[in-house]
Write a protein that binds this ligand. Structure first.
Ligand code: SF4
Length: 372
């Protein structure tokens, strides 16, 4: 940098890659700015989707990696409804997020996973699933039979060890990627807002935005699906922590079972609803469920659905006194969790939760919120 000017490096393959990652209408954009103007977020945040799209068209990688606008997008879709060029800004932004996530990942495997075709993804997933299946039933089958014969359902800590180990591996992969994302996003920005005020800004922003959006049917459906997934995952994580620090809690069978049912049903409906709408898409289905059909969108749902289903079946079988089936469902739950954690949680679309949280945090601390 010299005399206030700045040399900017261009990555000529960036726009092609974003195009392949689902940003098919990238070149349609002629920079009118309507997408930013109509976006309900623009009242609250200094978003600029037009700018993010421009940087992508030009291949200005450094600017794209540090841009938090794409992570602000909550898929309200007003931009896509109003773009005069018939482009789909929300899809372009989703593709930019995939590109950013690929670059934040330090292993290089996210790029391989997210750029591969749906067939390659399913085959890889099935290979991991088969290894996990052979491992579990090969090693633990006798133990399962032995415990099932007691007629009681006990959480077999031994069975949890491989999943916990895989979870730790996934976290070890994810944590440096999250740190890289933070470094890219915070670069050249000044922290102007205190930590607690930032949290308050984020909370107020989401409450206001999502409450307003609940009045619009297609937005309401999508918000509810996301909330159900969050409730399901959040409750499962909470129950796992309680199990580790205060296992006696599970002796209060009515409460613990009610929480498990709420968690598994929330997750099952939250994942099953968009999956069904995508699979059964008709003319009446909102474009949101028809447009977001990139392989990463499919895999995030396909890999989570059986986890939620098995979690529910464990207790359905138990309540029906089908103890052996309850144990098999429990083993299958763990078996499905392994490829989910190793592929989707560590490299796939589920990493976006982390990057989104980081982007909102960086945004709130650096004056991105208009309410500060
Ligand atoms: S509304 Fe469409 S053409 Fe206008 S800036 Fe947004 S994506 Fe580009």
């Amino acid at each position: 940098m010299a005399g206030g000017s700045e040399f900017i490096s261009i990555n000529p393959s960036l726009n092609r890659e974003v195009f392949k990652l689902g940003g098919k209408s990238l070149l349609e954009c002629y920079q009118c700015g309507s997408c930013t103007a109509v976006c309900p977020l623009a009242e609250e945040l200094n978003v600029s989707f037009r700018r993010a799209i421009r940087y992508t068209q030009l291949g200005v990688e450094e600017k794209i990696l540090g841009d938090i606008s794409p992570w602000s997008c909550n898929l309200h879709g007003d931009c896509t409804d109003s773009c005069p060029r018939g482009a789909s800004p929300s899809e372009i932004l989703a593709a930019i997020r995939r590109y950013q996530a690929n670059k934040y990942d330090w292993t290089g495997l996210a790029r391989w996973w997210n750029n591969s075709s749906l067939t390659a993804k399913i085959l890889t997933y099935l290979a991991f699933f088969a290894i996990s299946l052979l491992f579990y039933f090969g090693i633990y089958w006798q133990k399962i039979l032995q415990f099932a014969s007691t007629g009681k359902l006990v959480i077999l800590s031994e069975l949890l060890i491989p999943v916990v180990a895989v979870f730790v591996v996934a976290l070890v992969i994810l944590a440096p990627s999250g740190y890289r994302a933070y470094r890219f996003m915070i670069k050249d920005k000044k922290k102007e807002v205190g930590f607690f005020k930032s949290l308050k800004l984020i909370a107020n922003f989401f409450i206001k935005l999502e409450t307003e959006s609940m009045g619009v049917p297609h937005k309401r459906d999508r918000i509810l699906e996301h909330v159900l997934i969050l409730v399901g995952l959040g409750l499962f994580i909470l129950l796992a922590i309680i199990y580790l620090v205060f296992p006696k809690f599970f002796e209060f069978e009515i409460i613990s079972k009610a929480l498990i049912y709420i968690a598994s049903l929330s997750l099952l409906i939250g994942v099953g609803s968009p999956l069904t709408k995508r699979l059964m898409a008709s003319e009446k289905t909102h474009w949101y469920y028809k447009k977001f059909r990139h392989p990463t969108d499919w895999m995030s749902l396909i890999t989570l659905f059986p986890v939620a289903l098995m979690a529910l079946l464990v207790f359905v079988f138990y309540d029906l006194s089908m103890i052996l089936y309850a144990y098999i469902a429990f083993a299958l739950l763990l078996i499905f969790l392994i490829p989910f954690l190793l592929l989707e949680f560590a490299f796939g679309k589920h990493t976006h939760w982390l990057y989104k949280i980081i982007a909102y945090y960086v945004g709130a601390r650096t004056g991105y919120f208009r309410g500060d």
